[in-house]
Design a protein around this ligand. Structure first.
Ligand code: NAG
Ligand code: NAG
Ligand code: NAG
Ligand code: NAG
Ligand code: NAG
Ligand code: NAG
Length: 389
């Protein structure tokens, strides 16, 4: 699955005749418990220290996505990417892309002495039934060419990293203030896998603040303990969750109440690239029933709901998502009422879209939860940690 945030609420699921998987380089295997026998000190790899990179907020009336700089090539060219826990590969606009990518900074592979053209072409099409700007047909489609080059993040360098150059894209991508996407899935790949092999601890942390607060950041290989008070609560990924960041939740609460529909156990995906939250239709309806009868589906854009903008800001809409910590203790991640309003619909600006989208088949949360916590994404221990901020 390739899933990230577009505009106000899309979770993009890749469907493609010629899928990215076909073109993808074989992921590097990371041996997480590799050091069993003692190794002579002289052979011990030198640990890499964690690095922190600042993130900017793609804000369109609401916080959408957070992106930062990496460098690619020799000499290095700066490429801005969304660090997306909902996907796993690196792709960015290149000079092979013509006018379609003119709003993005383009990487010029001819200026990099370390660039290797692998030359496999593929395309990836994104589809979902929901969104303020709904996906229709193939209106979110990237054309890609596989390659390898040096990639650096915060000064840590990974040679010969698999990546994809965007050679064409549909117009919907034109508004992005960044050039690409760096997947940060629960199985380390690309630059992150290389850095782990070089001795970097196999975790990263996100501090995704609202635009008004600023100073958002990602720490690769560590935890920035200056960004929260109190302690981190860790929960384990379910066995077999593969590369998806997912936690089991036994129950949802809205405004302190629960119902039989909300008491169901479900696995919830954590996608830093998506800002709205997605639940199956019956769950979304049960949640809205505890907020206001005036919130109704916005039929022009399937999966979305809305209410008159002048009613929305006074509605209590506290969502508690229950989880179980590694020690067996229950804890909640809480979305405050202030997240309910994600802004006016384009086709009717008097109606404001509400946070929860109906999406049958999965449950997914993103930025609207993550910006209220410091989050730790522990690949090596297959767990996630949260501390309130
Ligand atoms: C990314 O680098 C550009 C300069 O190339 C700089 O203007 C911008 O502020 C940087 N963005 C972040 C989030 O650090
Ligand atoms: C990466 O490549 C550079 C230049 O070829 C080399 O100096 C460096 O040692 C390489 N780094 C690693 C970790 O292999
Ligand atoms: C770069 O990676 C490719 C694919 O993994 C490998 O075949 C090639 O030998 C590597 N090149 C160098 C210089 O390490
Ligand atoms: C890029 O894609 C658009 C469709 O989105 C298509 O019309 C156009 O011909 C493509 N350009 C190239 C150079 O392939
Ligand atoms: C931690 O608590 C202190 C004292 O209340 C406060 O001044 C500080 O801003 C807090 N730091 C964070 C990162 O929340
Ligand atoms: C989670 O939230 C619900 C609803 O507000 C509350 O009843 C429950 O006590 C909370 N659980 C924890 C562990 O705080």
């Amino acid at each position: 699955m390739f899933c990230f945030k577009r505009l106000l609420s899309l979770c993009l699921l890749a469907v493609s005749a010629q899928t990215l998987v076909d073109a993808q380089a074989v992921p590097q295997t990371i041996h997480l418990q590799s050091r069993v026998a003692p190794v002579p000190a002289t052979l011990r790899r030198r640990a890499l220290n964690p690095v922190t990179v600042p993130l900017a907020d793609f804000f369109l009336g609401t916080d959408l996505q957070w992106f930062g700089n990496i460098s690619v090539g020799t000499p290095p060219q700066t490429v801005s990417v969304v660090f997306d826990t909902g996907s796993s590969t690196l792709e960015f606009a290149s000079t092979l892309c013509g006018a379609a990518c003119d709003n993005q900074v383009k990487f010029d592979s001819t200026k990099s002495s370390t660039f290797v053209d692998v030359g496999t072409t593929s395309s990836i099409t994104f589809s979902t039934g929901v969104g303020v700007d709904p996906v229709v047909g193939a209106n979110y489609r990237l054309t890609l060419r596989s390659a390898r080059d040096t990639v650096s993040v915060g000064g840590l360098t990974a040679n010969n990293t698999s990546l994809f150059l965007i050679t064409n894209q549909t117009a919907k991508f034109g508004i992005d203030p960044f050039s690409g996407i760096q997947g940060m899935s629960a199985r380390a790949q690309g630059f992150f896998a290389s850095l782990i092999n070089q001795g970097l601890p196999s975790l990263f942390s996100l501090f995704l603040t609202p635009q008004a607060v600023g100073h958002a950041e990602m720490t690769v290989g560590g935890i920035d303990t200056t960004k929260f008070n109190g302690s981190l609560t860790f929960a384990s990924l379910p066995a077999g969750s593969s590369s998806t960041w997912v936690l089991n939740s036994p129950q949802l609460f809205v405004n302190g109440k629960s119902t039989s529909v909300l008491k169901a156990s479900r696995n919830i995906i954590f996608d830093s690239g998506t800002s709205n939250i997605l639940f199956p239709t019956a769950t979304a309806n049960a949640m809205y029933a505890l907020i206001s009868p005036d919130i109704v589906p916005h039929t022009a854009e399937p999966g979305t709901y809305g209410i008159a903008c002048d009613l929305i800001d006074t509605l209590p809409a506290v969502i508690d998502i229950a989880f179980t910590s590694q020690s067996g203790a229950p804890f909640n991640l809480t979305i405050p009422s202030s997240e309910l309003n994600v802004g006016p619909f384009a086709d009717n600006p008097a109606i404001c879209q509400t946070l929860i989208n109906a999406f049958d088949g999965l449950s997914l949360v993103g930025g609207s939860v993550l910006k209220h916590y410091y989050s730790v994404w522990d690949v090596g221990n297959q767990r996630m940690g949260f501390a309130a901020i």
